[in-house]
Design a binder for this molecule. Structure first.
Ligand code: TA6
Length: 277
């Protein structure tokens, strides 16, 4: 089943149900805000108090940071404008009873050209089956090249942040955005304070363990991973998050960030892909 539905405040979303999984994708931001495999709990965290409002990013799920990650480009809002822009649903198909595919598109507008003066086509293909696959293709339709940083800013639901262990980043070079220092990760990641680090040269899968639950994150077209949890004080300051919400999620972001930026020449494209299960 693929249905186009509307929340009370005119936020349109696509609801998908097949034998393997269910999912919800908002047209604003091409934002996957729910993904659940049959007989399993939600894989993604969604804030109970998230704003589903035009022009405001949904807190949770998978915001798309594009064409700039973080505050990389001071001309653009934090994490770019894609997550608050209205995408168009361009195709949907039930491949079989267990697999559904939808494709959404964002193109430059007069408004986007004012803040980011490049013409582009941005396509997100989402495949819903026993894995969640997202493929974000950036096509440069301009006559000049542009620099791109981006991320799937995935919020993963955990039983409690103290149970979360992130594996796959041992010995990886990393930039700590809280101290502005580079260092090398030693061992697995556990959480007992604010955490905001960008790992570089990552070409292997990342694993999130939460008690008996294991989530796999495989990436293509990217070699940087951002791991983030706001912890107590930042959580209190953040929009659309309850004070204690930091206990419920960890963000593991499949990114092209920092040195892993991409330069896209006219008529060329780049695809960032994440497979999550
Ligand atoms: O990706 C980590 C991060 O850049 C953090 O520094 C953090 O504050 C965050 O993303 C969430 O940003 P947002 O703009 O969604 O509030």
């Amino acid at each position: 089943m693929i249905e186009l539905k509307m929340l009370s405040n005119e936020i349109e979303y696509i609801e998908i149900k097949n034998e393997n999984a269910t999912a919800k994708i908002a047209l604003q931001g091409a934002h996957v805000f729910e993904y659940k495999r049959s007989r399993e709990d939600d894989l993604l965290w969604l804030s109970e108090v998230s704003d589903f409002e035009r022009g405001k990013a949904i807190r949770g799920g998978v915001p798309i940071c594009w064409p700039s990650f973080g505050a990389n480009n001071p001309e653009l809002p934090q994490h770019g404008f894609a997550r608050t822009s209205l995408f168009e649903l361009i195709s949907s198909s039930e491949i079989d009873t267990k697999t559904t595919e939808v494709e959404l598109r964002l193109r430059h507008t007069q408004e986007s050209l004012k803040v980011w003066n490049y013409k582009f086509d941005l396509l997100l293909k989402v495949t819903i089956t026993d894995k969640l696959t997202m493929e974000l293709k950036t096509i440069n339709t301009d006559e000049k090249e542009f620099k791109l940083t981006q991320a799937f800013h995935s919020y993963f639901k955990v039983s409690d942040i103290s149970n979360a262990v992130v594996k796959g980043l041992d010995k990886k070079l990393c930039f700590d955005t809280l101290t502005n220092r580079n260092f090398v990760q030693e061992g697995d990641i556990i959480f007992n304070q604010e955490f905001d680090k960008v790992y570089q040269k990552v070409d292997n899968e990342i694993i999130l363990n939460d008690k008996e639950k294991t989530i796999h994150i495989e990436n293509e077209g990217s070699s940087s991973i951002v791991v983030w949890n706001p912890w107590i004080d930042k959580c209190k300051r953040m929009s659309a998050m309850k004070n204690e919400a930091y206990k419920e999620f960890v963000c593991i972001e499949s990114a092209n960030a920092f040195e892993d930026f991409k330069v896209i020449k006219p008529k060329e494209s780049h695809t960032l892909k994440a497979i999550i299960y």
